[in-house]
Design a protein around this ligand. Structure first.
Ligand code: NAI
Length: 329
């Protein structure tokens, strides 16, 4: 099985090369370039391509991959909202992913963002480096005995519920399905979660039904001084409405690992660029907002698990022994 690997970063190559030692039957070639209609043409002679959450796996790219003879798209991630599944089906291409490589990695990043904005760690760090040891403006809020509202209690949401329980918080959740593992969680309707939570953390996938789940109306229903965390997908939040909410002092803090329009930024060093997008620039200008660049997944354990499962997916495809849970339909 020959795999063409797109948008390779050093940490990707390191972890996949480690995983490859267990898979003799696989050969990988790594490209710096990400998938596009043009680069898809380079996949001639390859059985599969490996792409990430930020790759363009839309209709035209899939068509180009099919023309190149590709039969399998290996997503080295859990989310797949960037893949046109209908186009994949129509072009007879199987799409596989890594559903639960390390839920704790993302949940731990979510709580890291929550604690950072709550305790102003980003400001404290800079202040002390400048020999400014003043504490003015750094007062936080205890999470102990507060209410955490977790939206989506699948693998990552469940890990987040357990972390919040460990902090001594009351944990309420909203999900279409109740997770039977979480007997300490109170499932409530979405409006109740908005109304009662001091910390709201989003852990549901982006679907047609929940695009801009957080908007002007839902923000108005939240408690004043709420902390909002999104490590899921940017478009769950209407950024313009969020900015209005921040301007009207609704939020104690906002932590975003994902945001709308992150596409051109994700994993790129753009320090010499003049940023053209005023919405993102505006978001970055607020003192109570921390933005990271889709790094929730980035732990050693998660990368190892992603490498292994992605290559196992390739082997299973080759042997016709697909694990249904890893196939995206
Ligand atoms: P999962 O499939 O285990 O759980 C998702 C849960 O969300 C399910 O329980 C589902 O019933 C629920 N859900 C679906 N629609 C909902 C809605 N409208 N409202 C409330 N709940 C809803 O997925 P997992 O592994 O927990 O991942 C969640 C999301 O986290 C992924 O879809 C992805 O967008 C994001 N993610 C982010 C990463 C990062 O690096 N920041 C890395 C990995 C995933």
């Amino acid at each position: 099985m020959k795999i063409l690997f797109y948008d390779t970063k050093k940490y990707d190559k390191d972890s996949f090369e480690r995983a490859l030692t267990e898979f003799d039957e696989i050969e990988i070639n790594y490209l710096d370039a990400d998938l596009s209609v043009d680069t898809a043409k380079l996949a001639v002679g390859y059985d599969a391509v490996c792409a990430f959450v930020s790759s363009d796996v839309g209709k035209d790219v899939i068509k180009a991959l099919a023309c190149a003879g590709v039969k399998l798209i290996l997503m080295r991630c859990a989310g797949y909202n960037n893949v046109d599944l209908e186009a994949a089906k129509n072009n007879n291409i199987t799409v596989m992913r890594v559903p639960g490589y390390s839920p704790e990695a993302v949940a731990e990043h979510a709580i890291a963002l929550a604690l950072a904005v709550d305790r102003h760690i980003h400001k404290g760090y800079i202040r002390v480096r400048e020999n400014n040891f003043s504490l003015l403006g750094l007062t936080g809020i205890n999470l102990f005995k507060k209410t955490a509202g977790i939206v989506g209690t699948g693998k990552i949401g469940a890990a987040m519920c357990k972390i919040c329980q460990g902090f001594g918080m009351r944990v309420v959740a909203y999900d279409v399905y109740k997770n039977p593992e979480l007997d300490f969680v109170e499932y409530v309707d979405f409006d109740t979660l908005l109304k009662e939570s001091d910390l709201i953390s989003l852990h549901c996938p982006l679907t047609n039904d929940n695009y801009h789940l957080i908007n002007k109306e839902t923000i108005e229903k939240m408690k004043d001084d709420v902390i909002l965390i999104n490590t899921s997908r940017g478009a769950l939040i209407n950024t313009s409405d969020l900015i209005e909410g921040i301007r009207s002092h609704k939020f104690f803090g906002v932590g975003l690992d994902v945001y709308e329009e992150e596409g051109p930024n994700v994993f790129e060093n753009r320090e010499d660029d003049i940023m053209q997008n005023s919405i993102t620039a505006r978001l970055l200008s607020f003192p109570n907002v921390i933005v990271t660049s889709h790094q929730g997944f980035l732990t050693e354990e998660a990368l190892t698990s992603i490498g292994r499962t992605t290559l196992q997916n390739a082997v299973d495809f080759m042997n016709g022994t697909l694990q249904e849970i890893n196939v995206v339909k």
